[in-house]
Design a protein around this ligand. Structure first.
Ligand code: MG
Length: 108
C-alpha cells in the first residue's frame, strides 16, 4: 500500500495538482465515473484480461489520488482499511433472490 500511495503522491506533485481542480472531489468523482464506465465497457465488450486489469488500475490510482487530495496519510488509509476489513470479515454471506451472493449486514 505504501509504495502505491507514495507513487500517487509523486504523480500529484509532478503535475502540481495541489490547490487545482484535480484535487476537488467533484472533479475527482467525475474521473472515477468515467473510469468506472471504461471498466464496465471493457467487461461488456469482453475485452482482454490485460485491459480489465488496466481499467481496474485506473480506478485504484484515482482512489489513492482521493486520499492524497484529501490529505489523508498512508497510515490513516492503512488503519481505515484494516478497520473496515475486520468489520466485513464479521459479516454474513447470503444468496439473493436472483441467485447472487452478497456479504453484508443483513436485517432480519
Ligand atoms: Mg481507463
Amino acid at each position: 500500500m505504501k509504495k502505491f500511495y507514495e507513487a500517487t503522491e509523486k504523480f500529484h506533485k509532478k503535475f502540481e495538482m495541489k490547490g487545482t481542480n484535480n484535487e476537488e472531489m467533484g472533479f475527482r468523482l467525475n474521473l472515477l465515473m468515467e473510469e468506472l464506465g471504461e471498466l464496465a465497457q471493457a467487461h461488456t465488450k469482453g475485452k482482454s484480461r490485460e485491459n480489465m486489469i488496466e481499467e481496474n488500475i485506473d480506478l485504484l490510482n484515482l482512489i489513492l489520488g482521493n486520499f492524497v487530495s484529501m490529505g489523508v496519510s498512508v497510515e490513516e488509509v492503512e488503519e481505515a482499511f484494516w478497520k473496515k476489513h475486520e468489520k466485513i470479515m464479521s459479516r454474513k454471506k447470503k444468496k439473493t433472490k436472483n441467485g447472487h451472493y452478497r456479504v453484508s449486514e443483513f436485517r432480519e
